[in-house]
Design a protein around this ligand. Structure first.
Ligand SMILES: [Zn+2]
Length: 994
């Protein structure tokens, strides 16, 4: 009988594998690079797994691999790491508890559920969402009083986001069991669960791990079921929301929603394929503000693992630790996402060289890491911590804690708004801390000392801001205006003060003689405090004199009044004069610049960032300024390995000179360029920008008698009308030199300055001559010219989507140029719900660019909408055209019967609701009577209590409600997934005196 069962199981497995392979193909391969700079672009094309010296190990799905093959590398295809063994699988709880096999998917899920039922006061299992194929993504929450939110740091582990890196999967499952079964007997574990809130997710990518079917981890893959590397799919601090060009996957969205609901202090993301602790940043070369602290905690983890293992374990790279960028850069990793946006300190820990570890070795790797797993979390005890509360109500505040002159690149931390607690782990030293929160007066605490392996407690109370408005200019809608126009425009004001602004009036004026204000007055709606905006009821009107020059800046003044005797003045600028682009260069290729190379090392090449090997100046740019994806710039010494600095002892000025730009047909020429300049003062070194007026070179810029040390792109604008107008021979040139004996940083430019060119096609003409040759007194030389044509195509012919009300979606359209000439293309749309960057885009032959399109249903009511994105290009076969867009806006699911903010359910939103909420959270009070089932997170929600609209009812809703009564919040929000059947307005009618 048993034999028969086995046979059936195998037959089912085979069919599952066949189906799964049809969906996702994965290639694992290696190749050699000649320079580490190649990694910066390769990491955006394929999924790099490891880099050893100049050998790169990588994964690719079919599409990525097809593209990689066009790059011309010699590569070797390697066997998939999970195809090398047939691991022993455990299909019973008893077998898993030996910890020397991999669980089947079903046993994994049931084991997680058993943890909750066996340890009800200590463990809750939370399903945070589902994978592409519908498998569960599970977290175990472990803490004494696990059902109560306490003043405790939240700590987190997650593993196997790469489905074929399975060591951490079993070790995390075992860690949960180990914590639960030793609570109350082991003092270290008891202390951790008594004083922390622990979250463990053993399996972040179940579809990848069970790619071969639910009953085996053989044939596991790195990617999810859509062929996407989940550790490249998060928003990136450097590259924006979709660094990999893919939509956020269901697994990614589930994680991001989960992080939004929590306030994690420290975490780790477990992987395999190496043995090393990888600390931030992965995406760029600059160091984290807490670099020294990250090195220390990474070192402690690796030291502990080394102590508990045979020689050689956890010793990769710098004896078991590495900075992420130094190893190899990635964009879209979860580590940088949590560090940059969520105030959490996350590292990436690679647990075993072998990805699919033979299961009989799992107990050894448990022994190596068991102690380090626990001590890593204990870092959360140390540093500076405390509570941030409202000075008048004592309620917790959602505050930001910044360390002055220390925090950079979003290294600030935040309070847990449910309790108000914060935990700022930091290297020992003395610091000044600044506490800020909207609606409160910022507070700085000076001279706080952090001691090694100690906690310094700093509790603060913040005072609400005074109830007075502060109105300023925010925006106008005048658009492009030209000399001779009569312009109507609305003006929007912003209220940055703490009190609402009623009866607002603003008068427009200017002392500019080219401007005649015709309609200077408007009233405004009530503008609520703390960032509220309001737009003028009546349009302002003014006339621009026809004598007004182009590119002329007008200074306008607004005199603003509001009730209660408030008055203030605000200024804004408006530019007169429309523009035509005549020449642009993003340096994606050389358009004809001469003078490259030489002692000044003028280079058109990829911006690679880096500080250089010496200490001169700030970092160079890691990204260019243009929207195209080539990342190329013009600069000096773009190679970070040779220092990134310009040379010393340059004996004369070396120039790099643009092609001739024919400005015959133009007047009022303006040049804009972007600069990232580091140069010593002109006593030592020299940098120039000059323009050719037809006879002489005119200096537009030379470095002054002070050092310039820029660390970001700076826009520079020059009015060149006296030099370039109607000039057929216009040119610009950048110069470097002389320099003295000490070099400094580099000089990098990106120019935007364009010229018209002949449209693609065939041209023929001739040169006629006359001569004194009696045989040929006249004649002609025929000339034919072929201007190369681009050829355009798009990855999508149309966009079709459906969205719920109040949501948006993002779509990437790749623009390909398969022709011979450079493609120029611009996009426009008359539909306000379709958003994108209209360009112009310049795409070289055989290259591509991405048009990112946002569909915004925020202001649309449920219905079907059709629109289009129109384009104009220089492709003779498609001079213009459009991409149709259809959007269905769906109503939100029907809601529940409740009044938002009416926590106690008596129909009114008044102070009693705050008291009711506080009593509930403190213990003695009962739960709110109104609740709804919330599909999005599969739990009951006390809907009326969710005043801040985050789909949870917590202490921060009470804070929010208090702020609402005080007039700091404009309205009460409700959870978008469970909107109230009764409109929210019913609560606003009951609003109390402010
Ligand atoms: Zn990995």
């Amino acid at each position: 009988m048993r034999r028969l069962l086995v046979i059936i199981t195998i037959a089912m497995l085979i069919s599952l594998i066949a189906v799964a392979y049809a969906q996702t193909n994965q290639v694992y391969f290696k190749f050699e690079i000649s320079s580490r700079q190649e990694l910066v672009s390769l990491t955006r094309i394929i999924s790099i797994d490891n880099v050893k010296d100049k050998t790169v190990y990588a994964y690719a799905n079919d599409k990525q691999f097809d593209y990689f093959k066009t790059l011309g590398y010699d590569y070797t295809i390697l066997p998939s790491p999970s195809s090398l063994i047939s691991p022993r699988m455990a299909d019973s709880r008893e077998a898993i508890l030996e910890w020397d096999s991999y669980p089947t998917y079903g046993e994994y899920v049931s084991m997680m559920q058993r943890f909750e039922s066996d340890y009800p006061g200590l463990c809750i299992i939370e399903n945070i969402g589902y994978s592409v194929e519908g498998r569960e993504i599970l977290f175990a929450k472990l803490s004494a009083n696990v059902n109560i939110e306490e003043n405790e740091p939240e700590v987190m582990y997650s593993s196997t986001m790469h489905g074929d890196e399975t060591t951490g999967y079993v070790l995390m499952l075992r860690l949960i069991d180990y914590l639960l079964s030793n609570y109350g007997t082991d003092p270290q574990i008891t202390n951790i669960l008594d004083s922390m809130e622990v979250w463990i997710n053993p399996l972040a990518n179940p579809d990848g791990t069970y790619h071969g079917g639910d009953n085996t981890v053989e044939d596991a893959i790195r990617f999810n079921a859509n062929g996407v590397d989940l550790n490249r799919n998060f928003p990136d601090p450097d590259e924006g929301p979709h660094p990999d060009g893919n939509d956020w996957q269901p697994e990614t969205i589930a994680m991001m929603n989960f992080f939004n609901r929590h306030s994690f202090v420290i975490s780790a993301n477990f992987h395999g394929g190496a043995e090393v602790v990888n600390y931030p940043w992965d995406t760029w070369p600059q160091r984290h503000a807490d670099d020294a602290w990250f090195i220390q905690i990474s070192r402690e983890y690796a030291d502990s693992a080394q102590t508990n293992s045979p020689p050689g374990y956890m010793t990769d790279l710098n004896n078991g630790i590495t900075n992420g960028w130094d190893w190899y850069t990635i964009a879209g990793g979860r580590q940088d996402y949590l560090n940059f946006w969520k105030g959490c300190r996350e590292v990436t820990i690679e647990l075993s060289h072998i990805k699919l570890l033979p299961p009989e070795q799992l107990p050894d790797y448990w022994d190596y890491n068991r102690a380090a797993f626990l001590t890593y979390w204990e870092q959360a005890y140390y540093g500076i911590k405390g509570l941030v509360t409202d000075a008048s109500t004592g309620l917790p505040i959602a505050a930001t804690i910044s360390v002055i002159d220390h925090d950079i690149d979003s290294s600030e931390v935040y309070t847990d708004p449910d309790v108000g607690d914060y935990h700022r782990m930091i290297e020992p030293g003395t610091y000044d801390l600044r506490f800020t929160s909207p609606g409160y007066i910022p507070l700085t605490v000076y001279g706080v000392t952090a001691i090694f392996r100690n906690a310094t407690v700093v509790d603060v109370q913040l005072q609400p801001v005074p109830d007075e408005p502060m109105l300023e200019f925010y925006a106008h809608d005048a658009g492009v205006v030209n000399a001779g126009d009569t312009v109507s425009m609305s003006i929007t004001l912003i209220n940055n003060g703490g009190g609402n602004a009623y009866d607002v009036n603003a008068t427009l004026s200017t002392s500019d003689s080219f401007i005649d204000v015709l309609q200077p007055n408007s009233t405004y709606p009530t503008i609520i405090a703390l960032g509220g905006t309001g737009t003028s009821y009546t349009d302002y009107q003014f006339a621009i004199s026809s004598d007004c020059p182009d590119y002329y800046l007008v200074d306008f003044q607004l005199d603003i009044t509001a009730s209660g005797g408030y008055s203030d003045t605000s200024h804004f600028d408006l530019l007169v004069g429309d523009r035509v682009t005549i020449f642009a260069d993003d340096f994606s290729f050389n358009q004809g610049w001469i003078g490259l190379g030489g002692p000044a090392e003028w280079t058109i090449g990829v911006a690679t960032g880096g500080q250089g090997s010496d200490s001169h100046g700030g970092p160079d740019p890691a990204l260019d300024h243009s929207p195209s994806d080539d990342n190329q710039v013009l600069g000096n010494d773009l190679n970070p390995e040779s220092g990134g600095d310009y040379n010393s002892n340059i004996s004369t000025t070396y120039w790099v000179t643009s092609p001739i730009i024919d400005c015959t047909d133009y007047t009022g020429v303006i040049m804009t360029y972007y600069r990232w300049l580091g140069v010593e003062r002109n006593q030592y070194d020299h940098a120039y920008l000059q323009a050719f007026n037809g006879n002489n070179w005119v200096t537009l810029f030379e470095n002054p008698s002070t050092t310039i040390d820029e660390s970001s792109w700076n826009e520079k604008i020059f009015d060149l009308s006296s030099i370039a107008d109607e000039n057929p021979d216009f040119q610009i040139r950048f110069g470097l030199g002389t320099t003295d004996g000490s070099p400094r940083d580099s000089v990098i430019f990106q120019v935007t300055l364009n010229t018209d060119s002949l449209p693609p096609g065939d041209y023929s003409s001739s040169i006629n001559f006359t001569s004194n040759d009696p045989d040929t007194p006249t004649g002609s030389i025929p000339i034919s010219l072929h201007v190369l044509a681009p050829s355009i195509s798009f990855s999508l012919d149309a966009i079709t989507d459906s969205l719920y009300e109040d949501s948006l979606s993002v779509h990437d359209i790749t623009i390909y140029n398969s022709g011979e000439g450079i493609l120029f293309i611009t996009f426009s749309s008359e539909y306000s719900w379709i958003g994108f960057d209209g360009g112009p885009y310049y795409i070289t032959p055989a290259d591509s660019a991405i048009l990112q399109v946002t569909l915004d249903a925020t202001d649309l009511s449920p219905d079907d909408y059709s629109g289009s994105i129109d384009f104009d290009s220089n492709d003779p076969d498609s001079l213009s055209g459009n991409i149709p867009v259809t959007l269905t806006v769906m109503p939100l699911s029907p809601g529940c019967d409740y009044v938002p903010g009416d926590i106690n359910g008596d129909g009114d939103v008044i102070g009693n609701d705050v008291t009711f909420g506080v009593r509930y959270f403190k213990g003695p009070g009962s739960a709110p009577p109104d609740s709804c089932w919330n599909d999005s997170n599969g739990s009951w929600l006390y809907s009326a209590g969710d005043a801040n609209g985050n789909c949870h009812f917590t202490g921060s809703d009470v804070t929010f409600l208090v702020a609402y009564f005080k007039g700091h919040n404009p309205e009460i929000f409700w959870c978008p997934q469970t909107p109230p059947a009764q409109p929210a307005i019913s609560s606003r009618n009951n609003k109390l005196k402010r």
